[in-house]
Design a protein around this ligand. Structure first.
Ligand code: 5AD
Ligand code: FES
Length: 360
């Protein structure tokens, strides 16, 4: 068997190597984390970039079996934030020198929704004289819609694959055309063709998921050559069908640890991409996001959703930051101090270095 240090010194990794890294414990785990931290600093530097997250609507046409705001969850109070509140949150981001904002919502495809996102993108560009970077996270859309939003000023798009193993994807989604694995892959291709910086990611610690599935996820991210990744622990939600399988999942602490090893391993596999410290980490450990930053992540998404709506955007249980509002952003302030080892890239877009290289 290969020595662990020899694997760490490689530039490329086989599926077996990745499984070894994902299962590292004790001294090996420490070695993985320090190798990933060193690689991050050498390739993307010490800076962490903020993306202010505005969850502007929880209306959703989909029924993903893990998600708290799925269409069939009738306990959810549905909302659509007013344009002026969304734009005020973006203005806050601009004034506080967050380089970018992320507009996220449930998935809708009505003309109304498409027009509204388009309007918001244009308004955000206008209020910041083109200065704020805009990321969209509004699900699967047609090529025309992706093109239109891009032309209006959005330049990054997040669409998680959730699991790159087709059988697992099918287990965690309803079995119908509206939840097709192929469509998801096709959308990721379209986004790239339209010129977006493309971000995707997976959930870690799902029922039925093996370490090999996670190794395949990492190989998938590499094979589609993504620019950005956001991935975090799966967290059960009582009002979802997947809750029934909670006896099959690892403890929260184990899922958290596995998520950190995924981040560190991905930093070794794709050193120049942007990796977000997922908010779901903080649902398990109050310092979760900062821990991810220390071992490989370089993006944090402070929540700027108007506080009245935060409790209605609970994708999973124990979602943090429900009581804060953007002004206080207490957790974020604390995070900044804890991040002492890193610098925050205030006023910078912090685009993925990988994307810059890919364009040349
Ligand atoms: N646990 C963890 N992450 C979740 N997401 C949705 N539901 C859950 C859950 N129960 C993630 C999905 C989605 C992103 C917006 O939130 O990966 O793409
Ligand atoms: Fe700022 Fe939670 S992210 S208060």
């Amino acid at each position: 068997m290969k020595k662990f240090e020899d694997i760490l010194a490689q530039n490329d990794f086989s599926r077996d190597d990745l499984v070894r890294l994902l299962e590292a414990e004790g001294a090996e785990r420490t070695a993985l984390f320090s190798a990933a931290a060193a690689r991050k600093e050498a390739v993307v530097g010490k800076k962490v970039y903020f993306r202010g997250l505005v969850e502007f609507s929880n209306e959703c046409s989909k029924d993903c079996l893990y998600c708290g705001i799925r269409h069939s969850n009738s306990k959810v109070v549905r909302y659509e934030a007013a344009d002026e509140d969304i734009l005020a949150a973006c203005r806050f981001a601009w004034e506080n020198k967050f380089g970018s904002v992320v507009l996220q919502s449930g998935e809708l495809s009505s003309t109304n929704f498409i027009n509204r996102v388009d309007y918001l993108v244009k308004q955000i560009k206008a209020l910041s004289n083109g200065g704020l970077g805009i990321t969209l996270s509004c699900g699967e859309q047609t090529r025309e819609t992706y093109e239109r939003w891009f032309e209006s000023g959005a330049h990054r798009y997040l669409l998680r694959i959730e699991s790159s193993t087709r059988e697992l994807y099918q287990k965690i989604h309803p079995n119908n055309d509206h939840h097709s694995f192929e469509k998801r892959l096709e959308c990721l291709r379209l986004l790239k063709e339209c010129g977006y910086q493309v971000g995707t990611g997976v959930m870690i610690g799902l029922p039925f998921q093996t370490t090999e599935n996670l190794a395949d996820d990492l190989l998938f991210l590499k094979s589609i050559d993504v620019d950005m990744v956001g991935m975090g622990p799966y967290i059960e939600h009582e009002d979802t069908p997947l809750y029934e399988f909670r006896h099959l999942i690892k403890s929260k602490q184990e899922r958290f640890d596995l998520a950190l090893r995924m981040v560190a391993t991905l930093r070794l596999l794709m050193p120049d991409i942007n990796i977000a410290a997922a908010t779901a980490l903080q649902a398990i450990d109050p310092a979760g996001r900062e821990k991810a930053v220390k071992i490989g992540a370089n993006i944090i998404m402070p929540n700027l959703t108007p506080s009245a709506f935060r409790k209605d955007y609970q994708l999973y249980e124990d979602k943090p930051c429900l009581d804060e509002d953007a002004d206080q952003c207490r957790n974020c302030l604390e995070a900044r101090i804890e991040l002492a080892g890193s610098e925050i890239g205030y006023g910078e877009w912090g685009d993925s270095k990988h994307f810059e290289r890919r364009k040349i």
